[in-house]
Design a protein around this ligand. Structure first.
Ligand SMILES: [Zn+2]
Length: 109
């Protein structure tokens, strides 16, 4: 529950004016009202990294979905989650490239 920036009176959520002193509450942090960010991108990112080691295509898909969700969420912590998802995509691509090189070397022998 937010408090009035002017008098400290408890303001019901969704109210833009203090019921006690009538002061405008537009300065109340927007992030608090939105709540904590979804941890789904973080979970998808971690799963993407793990999946990417075994099935690179699956890791890339998970990473992209996670990054898209994290991108929509304008919370500060989502940037970290977005980073994890991008890392998942990179790990998957790296494993994919390594697998390709490995297969090519097998065929070359
Ligand atoms: Zn007030």
């Amino acid at each position: 529950m937010p408090y009035c920036t002017n008098c400290g009176f408890e303001i019901p959520s969704g109210t833009s004016f203090c019921p006690s002193c009538g002061s405008d509450q537009v300065t109340v942090p927007v992030f608090e009202a939105r709540g904590s960010p979804s941890v789904l991108p973080l979970i998808l990112g971690i799963l993407g990294i793990i999946a990417g080691i075994f099935v690179p295509l699956f890791g890339i898909i998970l990473g992209i979905i996670g990054a898209a969700i994290a991108h929509k969420d304008k919370n500060k912590r989502s940037n970290t989650y977005l980073g994890v998802c991008i890392l998942a995509i990179f790990v998957s691509l790296a494993v994919w490239a390594l697998n390709f090189v490995f297969l090519m070397s097998l065929l070359a022998v």
